[in-house]
Design a protein around this ligand. Structure first.
Ligand code: RB5
Length: 146
């Protein structure tokens, strides 16, 4: 199960991403927002972050205008490793090297075609493990000390 959420700035792209996920047969749960009305991105970054951190969902996608605010909010939730990606290479590396469990997209930055390619790359790439597992564990240890 994949968690997805956006603010109003990401609402339209989220609709396109959900359609794409459905076409790919990926099950998802939409944590809002449910209309293009103005709202606050931290609420949706936190909701998706909590869904992933609790194990309710394995991975998540968050979208706002730039992807910046909502990724900051998701990363405040313990256990979340949210990567803001504007290209496919970063999306691939976010999985292989960082084991990113949430992908953030900027709807006002990316065209829909590129955004969907980034989503595909993110979903289709596995964590490489090995030395990267040690580094990811160090990231999580920083969080534990906080
Ligand atoms: C909303 O106007 C905008 O600030 C938000 O979508 C996002 O870009 C914040 O980082």
């Amino acid at each position: 199960m994949l968690a997805i959420g956006s603010d109003h700035g990401g609402y339209e792209l989220k609709q396109a991403v959900m359609k794409h996920l459905a076409e790919r047969g990926v099950e998802y749960r939409d944590y809002g927002t449910y209309s293009p009305e103005s709202c606050d991105y931290p609420d949706y970054g936190e909701a998706v972050g909590r869904a992933v951190a609790s194990g309710e969902c394995e991975r998540g996608i968050v979208i706002c205008g730039t992807g910046i605010g909502i990724s900051m909010a998701a990363n405040k939730v313990r256990g979340v490793r949210c990567a803001l990606c504007g290209d496919c290479y970063s999306a691939q590396m976010s999985r292989e090297h960082n084991d990113a469990n949430v992908l953030a997209l900027g709807a006002r930055v990316l065209g829909e075609g590129l955004a969907l390619k980034i989503v595909d790359t993110y979903l289709d790439t596995a964590f490489a493990g090995g030395r990267h597992a040690r580094r990811v564990a160090k990231i999580m240890a920083i969080e534990d000390k906080a």
